[in-house]
Design a protein around this ligand. Structure first.
Ligand code: NFS
Ligand code: SF4
Length: 638
């Protein structure tokens, strides 16, 4: 029902909405209803605003009204619009990566004393991949060379491929990208080239436009590699860790600070500062400082520090509605401007920290790598001060929260598998698929999109997949959904896993008595930048099986994709050779040609393709079909 304002299934958010129902507070759930019906031209991608002769719309099947003023056809307009979303996504991930790179650079130059090389092991592994010498060298020297390569990936002018992308690929993908001329030379250049390519009066060939888009999508993946790998170097490789999720993690007796956004460079420092400033919180009558995460910076902290996850993107406002959130510290991406509007009805301070991300009337504290700890302490002080101004009458915290196990980097998964087969750990996974115990692997990723009820599609797709013995890894707000519903807990295995998956997980547990916890139903591999970890797993499986990725029983699903970043990720998933389900349609329906390229022709060229399907049960069954087909083919060819 498009008019129903209760557009969520998240049990914490539902409780929160019930608690405030008499208060007349506007939330995202009201605004999404107010936007209905949404513009059909925009929805289909056939509105062009690339020059100011427009906006032009494709109004007719034929004649002058079927084209823009310049004569651009539906296929040109749709393809230009969609690849510009890829450019936006690639820019977002890459700016995030650049920030991590700057921090690593400042560290080796001695200007970031609050940071350290937490994982020399990851640094050495990365150096080896990139061909950086490590023998008899100090860690900082090695890191300096790695950072140089990272910077070169942003702005290289020579004719060589993106190092952080090239060195992680299979041989087959490397050749495919060169052959189709989409291997990016540098990140910044791919994005500007794409904007130039799609400017008024430049490219009108939809195939050429889409291939330009795919180049930027691969640049996006390169940026994600830089982000994940250098974050692991600076903050540690995630390992299995127990935590809790949903709004019930907000503790009325503590100073509560939500870190919201994406960049661990800031939020890791906030966690450290909070630990150091416990006494100051005690002085104002609190038991301490409680950091809770929202969106992907929440995922970063959950993976490495076990920090509680308060909620995911669509329900971000709910954290403030508890009346017990003292500050919301934000960096970049997926932050609703509405958080400030809502915060003004409470004592909550919203604090922005990055030069490119300000919100009118929210406080701005510039966060510098050089003075990181000092800056983070300022943020904590503001929260402690705000705590004193809480209004007890306004406090109402949903009691919903669930135990979870997270922290499954590929290193952590490999370690677990190695207890069964130390020489060829990944064969534990591929053997289980070939024996029929598992149906394959699915990466569940992506956002919330209120075109349907929040989290419903994530939860439905997951339940269908695990019931059918798919090994599911997840990232981003998809992970957020599972965590909030209690599906990332070992307890969920018995209830939801099919017999094959259940026995697979039990075998892993039996071989790993050192783990202090059972294994979960779905394996959290990190933030959206950490979708690169999923590629690492797919590449490892391909190498183990001696095939290229399009033959690996590995699929992806973004049941509730929303952000431009999700468009970029979905696009590189397809070029990597993965069948990729998307449950919220991107604006491509206005051109049968573009729709056909993304869902069919892509398969002929790359071995992966989009599966657009809004019904989560049907979406899941299409993913299962894709897995079954690949496993069957693997069987014949062996
Ligand atoms: Ni990913 Fe993570 Fe969430 Fe979507 Fe936004 S937080 S980077 S973009 S909404 S999954
Ligand atoms: Fe219209 Fe062409 Fe300008 Fe787009 S580029 S707004 S279709 S005139």
């Amino acid at each position: 029902d498009p008019k129903n304002p209760i557009r969520t299934t998240d049990p914490g958010a539902l409780q929160m909405l019930e608690m405030i129902k008499d208060k007349n507070i506007e939330t995202v759930y009201d605004r999404v209803v107010a936007q209905q019906p949404q513009c059909a031209f925009g929805y289909k991608g056939i509105c062009c605003r690339i020059c100011i002769a427009g906006p032009c719309r494709v109004k007719k099947e034929d004649g002058p009204g079927s084209r823009g003023i310049c004569g651009a056809s539906a296929y040109t307009i749709v393809s230009r619009n969609i690849v510009r979303m890829i450019a936006g996504g690639a820019a977002s991930h890459s700016e995030h990566a650049r920030h991590v790179l700057h921090t690593a650079h400042a560290l080796v130059d001695g200007h970031a004393d609050d940071y350290e090389i937490k994982s020399p092991a990851k640094l050495h592994k990365l150096a080896e991949k990139l061909g950086v010498a490590t023998l008899d060298r100090g860690d900082k020297d090695i890191l300096r060379d790695v950072v140089e390569i990272g910077y070169a990936d942003f702005g290289r002018y020579q004719d060589r491929p993106l190092a952080f992308l090239d060195s992680f690929m299979t041989e087959g993908r490397r050749k495919k990208f060169q052959h189709t001329n989409i291997m990016p030379r540098n990140i910044d250049g791919s994005i500007t080239e794409l904007i130039a390519q799609t400017a008024m009066g430049v490219d009108s060939d939809p195939v050429n436009i889409i291939f330009g888009g795919l180049k930027s999508a691969l640049a996006d993946l390169g940026g994600e590699y830089i982000g994940t790998n250098l974050s692991d170097v600076l903050f540690g490789i995630p390992e299995p860790i127990v935590s809790e999720a949903n709004l019930g993690v907000i503790n009325p007796k503590m100073v509560n600070i939500a870190v919201h956004g994406h960049n661990p460079v800031l939020s890791e420092m906030v966690v450290a500062a909070a630990r150091a400033m416990k006494e100051e919180a005690v002085k104002v009558g609190a038991e301490g400082v409680n950091i809770v995460g929202i969106c992907c910076t929440g995922n970063e902290l959950l993976m490495r520090e076990g920090v509680y996850l308060a909620t995911s993107s669509a329900s971000q406002e709910m954290a403030i509605l508890t009346g017990a959130l003292d500050a919301m510290v934000v960096d970049i991406q997926c932050i609703y401007p509405a958080v400030q509007t809502i915060a003004e009805c409470y004592h909550t301070k919203v604090i922005t920290t990055e030069a490119i991300m300000k919100v009118p009337s929210a406080q701005h504290i510039a966060f510098n790598t050089t003075t990181a700890m000092e800056d983070a302490k300022k943020l904590i002080k503001i929260a402690i001060e705000a705590y004193k101004h809480r209004d007890p009458k306004k406090i109402s915290i949903p009691n919903e929260k669930h135990k979870l196990v997270a922290g499954f980097s590929v290193e952590a998964l490999t370690e677990i598998f190695s207890k069964i087969n130390p020489e060829r750990p990944i064969s534990v996974l591929t053997d289980a698929i070939q024996s029929g115990q598992l149906k394959g692997v699915c990466l569940m990723a992506g956002c919330n999109n209120l075109k349907r009820a929040q989290d419903e599609s994530h939860i439905t797709v997951l339940k269908e997949l695990v019931k059918n013995d798919v090994f599911v890894i997840s990232t981003g707000c998809s992970s957020g959904a599972f965590a909030k519903f209690g599906l990332m807990s070992p307890l969920a295995v018995d209830t939801y896993a099919g017999e094959g998956l259940k026995s697979f997980i039990q075998t892993l547990e039996a071989a790993n008595p050192q783990l202090a916890t059972g294994l979960p139903l779905v394996f959290h591999v990190g933030s959206c930048v950490d979708n690169s970890r999923a590629v690492d797993l797919a590449v490892a499986m391909a190498n183990e099986l001696g095939v290229d990725i399009p033959k690996v029983p590995f699929v992806a699903s973004a049941p509730e994709a929303m952000h431009e970043k999700a468009v970029a990720i979905g696009s590189w998933c397809v070029t990597m050779g993965l069948p990729t389900h998307v449950g919220s349609l991107p604006p491509v329906e206005g051109s049968d040609l573009v729709y056909g390229i993304t869902t069919q022709i892509a398969h002929d060229v790359f071995g992966g393709n989009f599966i657009f399907e809004v019904d989560p049960v049907i979406g899941a069954s299409k993913l299962l079909d894709a897995l079954e087909y690949r496993t069957w083919k693997l069987g014949i060819h062996r």
